[in-house]
Structures are given as structure tokens and as C-alpha cells.
Design a protein around this ligand. Structure first.
Ligand code: HEM
Length: 432
């Protein structure tokens, strides 16, 4: 563990005074040096459920407070500033096209960045396509993809879980659901990886990341525009065809821009997150070999294991909101306009809610974690993610012979909001 900041000498307060709160804790959590084990920092953050940070942001870290804020209409998800386009090098284009593109991007943000009523209308249309039949129908395809990916590792004594399985699986599944041709999956994987950095708070300040995101966004938007036109000409049984040809007069259909941003959101929100849950899952099971063995022998345990993973090593550590008015909570007042970080991962280890929170225990009762968020923005892909991760973990436990971590902790990707290993090297004695 490389968290040198944790090794600091504790600051001693003069007798009779309370120690000054550390208003740099969130900045320390963002520091990539603390990515492998942020949990001691999250525990310190929970000592003040709502804590103003030195940069003016508020970090909320306890279960009761996050639950109440997730349902509070005074917190807005429309926190993104308008996206400024990079200069094209062409004066006329910069003057005419970029402001128009910016306006379009701002007015047609995906539903994860929208508030009611626009959010609810868009979400309703998406949910109509995420039918039980369609989601359950992925089961055989997910099993086939997982088995084919594991088969490709035959003959090797070492696999990289991220590269060999976690990364290719979710993109294959969402492309099929959306109705993206299989040949275009590698391109989608590259776009999804780039665009997921947009969910990191500091991505907006980093000029190179912002430029790369705008370029990827333009490329994927162009692609989607063509695909949507094709789905209108020749509809097939997939989500994009369903959204593009929506014909229920009771609910207005999405315009093309909302359609494009929704398709991109489904790709991005469902990619990195699922990658991380599969990878964090295998990492945790390899650190708890008894649990791995129990899952191998009894795949019926998978739902319990997955719920506990969502609590114990969640892919989404925090989400950002903006206060629309002053909010008095836990002895603090969050002022109107402040950025609020809902640290879901800290709340999911809150000892007030979870006995022995730092223990991985799939048998724990009443596991009310925030792994899929909560309230209006609760994850629409949760049932799909559960299917993918269950099949991946069970097949890995059953088919890898004597798997062992080659490096612990593994290297992590820089992202703090979407947190997960960059690679996970596992040695094996073969494949069954
Ligand atoms: C293990 C995998 C996943 C995890 C941990 C996860 C986690 C989350 C979380 C925490 C939120 C709440 C965001 C907020 O409150 O601002 C969310 C929202 C969302 N997720 Fe997921 N997700 C996963 C997989 C998926 C998949 C597979 C899809 C789609 C294919 C998906 C689509 C969405 C969408 C569209 C939203 C926004 C919902 C809204 O704003 O109403 N997610 N997810």
C-alpha cells in the first residue's frame, strides 16, 4: 500500500481543544497514491458526516446523510459546466460551429446529468426498452462470450483478467442490446474507455482530457447518428430500434440529440463500472480463497457475493451533485451553489449500518449498500450488471485451475470516482 499520507504523524491538539478537522481528506482520496486502499481515508472522512473541504466542496460520507440527500430535490445532477469546444484552428468554425455544438451538448445532456422533469421522461423511455425479457435474454449470450474469452486463455500459465475478460465482456453485451454491429465493438471499447474519464471531477480541468473527450464524443455521436438512421430504415429487435421508432402517443419520443446522448450514456455508464465489478470481484475472492471455493462449489451463492462486493469494493466511489439552495444537514449548512460529493463507498462501510464493515462477508443480513446509487438516479443497468458479473465470476471460479494473484495490490487506473485495477495478473495451472 502506497498511501504515504496515511503514515503521517497524527497532529496533536492542545489540551482541552478538539482536533481541527482535516479539510484536505477529499483531496487525499483523489490522489492516485491512495487508490489501492482508500478505505482508511474514507473512515476518517466519516468522522464528520458532512465536511467542507478546503476547495469549497462538501463531502458527505455517512449512510443516513447520503440516503437523505439522494432523495432531496435540492440537490441537482446538472452539475456539469457547458462543454467548451477546443479550437479547430479555423476562425469561422470556432465562431459559428463551436457555440452551436456547445449549446446542443448542454441542452441534450444524458439523463444521469439531468433533473426532473426532463430526467424522468427520458428515464421512462429507457426503462421501456430495458425489458425483463430483453435483459434475461442476455443470459446465454453472456455465458457464451465469457466461455469463449476464458477458452482463449488455454495453454497459458498467466492471464490478465482486465484485458482477457473484464474489458471485452460488457462492451460486447451492451453493443448487442443496443444493436451495434459486432465488427464495431473494438471501436466502441476505445470510445467507452475515453469517455468514462468525463465522470471524474478533475477531467474538466485537464485540457488534454477535455480535448480527447470532445473528440471521442464527436466521433461516437456521428456514428450513432448514422446507426439511428439505419434503425429507422430497417428496425431490428434491439434497444436503439425501439427508442428510434417509439410510437406510443401517450409519451413523447426522444429527439435525435437525446437519443444519441442516451445511447452514449448506456455504453459509458455500463462499461467501466461492470469491468470494475468483475475485476474487484475476482481480486476480492482471490484475497478470500475460502469464499472463492464456496462460490465454485455452490454458484447459488453468487447473488450474495455480488451484493457484498457492491458494498465492500464498489466500482463507483462517489457522485457529484450541486446544492440548489442552502441545505442544513448533520450540523452543517451546505450553501446554495456548492458542489457536493456523495461518497457512496464511504457510506457502504458505515459501521452505524454494517456491523464489522471492513470484513468481506457475503452472508451479512440487510445489505443496504449504495453500489448502484439510490433515489431517482438508481442504476438502470443493475439487473444487467448482476447477470454479467454473476456469470463471469462463477465461470472464472469454476474454470481457472488454482488461480493466484501474481501481484497484490494490483496497479490501479487513475480515476477516483470510478475506481478499479488497470490490470489484474493471475497465475493459473490450466483451464477446465
Ligand atoms: C456493476 C456495474 C454498475 C455499477 C456499479 C453501476 C453504478 C451506478 C450508480 C452508482 C449510478 C447512480 C449515479 C448517480 O446517482 O448519479 C448509476 C446510474 C446509471 N447506470 Fe449504472 N452501474 C453499473 C452498470 C450499468 C449498466 C450495465 C448500465 C447500462 C447498460 C448502466 C446504466 C446506468 C444509467 C443509464 C444510469 C443513470 C440513471 C439515472 O440517472 O436515472 N449501469 N449506475
Amino acid at each position: 500500500m502506497s498511501d504515504t499520507l496515511l503514515a503521517e504523524e497524527p497532529r496533536v491538539a492542545p489540551a482541552g481543544t478538539a482536533p481541527a478537522p482535516d479539510d484536505t481528506l477529499f483531496a487525499q482520496i483523489l490522489d492516485p497514491a491512495n487508490r489501492a486502499n482508500p478505505y482508511p481515508l474514507l473512515a476518517r472522512l466519516r468522522e464528520r458526516p458532512v465536511a467542507r473541504q478546503r476547495d469549497g466542496r462538501y463531502a458527505v460520507s455517512t449512510h443516513a446523510e447520503i440516503r437523505s440527500l439522494l432523495f432531496d430535490p435540492r440537490l441537482s445532477s446538472e452539475d456539469l459546466p457547458p462543454s467548451r469546444r477546443p479550437h479547430t484552428g479555423h476562425v469561422l468554425k470556432d465562431w459559428i460551429l463551436n457555440p452551436i455544438k456547445d449549446r446542443v451538448a448542454t441542452a441534450h445532456r444524458p439523463l444521469i446529468f439531468r433533473d426532473p422533469p426532463a430526467h424522468d421522461a427520458l428515464r421512462h423511455l429507457v426503462m421501456q426498452q430495458f425489458t425483463v425479457r430483453r435483459v434475461r435474454g442476455t443470459h446465454d449470450r453472456v455465458t457464451a462470450v465469457v466461455d469463449a474469452l476464458i477458452e482463449r486463455c488455454r495453454g497459458r500459465d498467466r492471464v490478465c483478467l482486465v484485458e482477457d475478460l473484464s474489458y471485452p465482456l460488457p462492451v460486447a453485451v451492451i453493443c448487442e442490446l443496443l444493436g451495434v454491429p459486432e465488427a464495431d465493438e473494438p471501436q466502441f471499447q476505445a470510445w467507452a474507455t475515453q469517455l468514462s474519464t468525463a465522470l471524474e471531477p478533475d477531467a474538466r480541468r485537464d485540457e488534454d482530457t477535455r480535448r480527447a473527450n470532445v473528440a471521442s464524443f464527436d466521433a461516437i455521436a456521428d456514428y450513432m447518428k448514422r446507426l439511428i438512421a439505419e434503425k429507422r430504415r430497417r428496425p431490428t429487435d434491439d434497444m436503439l430500434s425501439g427508442l428510434a421508432n417509439h410510437a406510443d402517443p401517450a409519451t413523447p419520443k426522444m429527439g435525435d440529440f437525446d437519443l444519441i446522448s442516451t445511447a452514449i450514456l448506456l455504453l459509458v455508464a455500463g462499461h467501466e463500472t461492470t469491468v470494475n465489478l468483475i475485476t474487484n470481484g475476482m481480486l476480492t475472492l482471490l484475497r478470500h480463497p475460502l469464499e472463492l471455493e464456496r462460490l465454485r462449489r455452490d454458484p447459488e451463492r453468487a447473488p450474495r457475493v455480488i451484493e457484498e462486493l457492491l458494498r465492500y469494493e464498489p466500482p463507483v466511489h462517489f457522485r457529484t451533485r450541486k446544492a440548489l439552495g442552502d441545505i442544513a444537514i448533520a450540523g452543517e449548512t451546505i450553501p446554495k451553489g456548492a458542489a457536493v460529493m456523495l461518497v457512496l463507498a464511504a457510506a457502504s462501510r458505515d459501521p452505524a449500518c454494517f456491523p464489522d464493515p471492513d470484513t468481506f462477508d457475503p452472508d451479512r443480513a440487510d445489505n443496504q449498500h449504495f453500489g448502484f446509487g439510490g433515489g431517482l438516479h438508481y442504476c438502470v443497468g443493475a439487473p444487467l450488471a448482476r447477470i454479467e458479473v454473476e456469470i463471469a465470476l462463477v465461470r472464472l471460479c469454476q474454470r481457472l485451475v488454482r488461480p493466484c494473484l501474481a501481484r497484490d495490490p494490483p496497479p490501479y487506473r487513475p480515476g477516483a470516482a470510478l475506481r478499479g485495477p488497470a490490470s489484474l495478473e493471475i497465475t493459473i495451472d490450466g483451464i477446465l
